[in-house]
Design a binder for this molecule. Structure first.
Ligand code: TYD
Length: 200
């Protein structure tokens, strides 16, 4: 196999709107990487830290005007992300592949203004590879039927457009997530496979 880069380790981030299927795909990717002999660690944002728990509480019980709430969330997400810095650096030093369910680019897509988000996240570690799972908000919403929290569709449509723009500007991979779980995972594996040489 031809390897694209000679990296010592890798920080992979799977991005996308709510309901795109990131969590499932991250787990499947981790299993496959381990089957291929890669030491792998799964992380996600928001984290399980006290800040992450506070974020989930605010998301579940919105109490402020939307604009203020998004700013406060932006700051909390940036703080929560900093808690991962050490862990990611250590994992990279040990040659571990990190698979992350969301990262800095979630804040870029969900919060604003963009220059402020970049500023408050300037110490966050940026992933080596970002894969955006692109899904139609209508299909995404179906996955959430019966669940309490779900962003409204027009908001998700805006977030989706931002993801596509960010992906284009940064040369990220985009995978069509309107399809079955295994087909999506096959595409993700095809993207990652050329980098697998780093695990040997
Ligand atoms: P989600 O991926 O649904 O986390 P979990 O399944 O663990 O609850 O993320 C929660 C919400 O947070 C989701 O609507 C996206 C949003 N979010 C942001 O708005 N900005 C961010 O920087 C991050 C990481 C998430």
């Amino acid at each position: 196999m031809l390897y694209l880069y000679k990296l010592d380790s890798m920080y992979i981030c799977i991005e996308g709107i709510d309901g795109a299927g990131k969590t499932t795909q991250c787990k499947l990717l981790k299993d496959w990487l381990e089957e291929n002999g890669c030491r792998t660690e799964l992380i996600g944002e928001p984290t399980q830290s006290p800040i992450g728990r506070l974020i989930r509480r605010i998301l579940n019980e919105p109490s402020l005007p939307d604009d203020d709430q998004q700013k406060i969330l932006g700051l909390l997400f940036a703080a929560d992300r900093l808690l991962l810095k050490d862990k990611i650096e250590k994992a990279k030093d040990e040659g571990t592949i990190i698979v992350s369910d969301r990262c800095f680019y979630s804040s870029m897509a969900y919060q604003e203004p963009e220059d402020w988000i970049i500023e408050i996240n300037k110490f966050a570690i940026k992933p080596d590879i970002v894969i955006v799972l692109d899904i139609n908000p209508e299909n995404a919403q179906r996955r959430f039927e019966g669940l309490e929290r779900f962003e409204d569709r027009s908001f998700l449509e805006r977030v989706r457009k931002k993801y596509l723009r960010i992906a284009e500007e940064n040369g990220f991979f985009i995978v069509d997530a309107n399809r079955g779980v295994n087909i999506i995972q096959d595409d993700i594996r095809r993207i990652i496979a050329p980098y697998l040489g780093i695990c040997r």
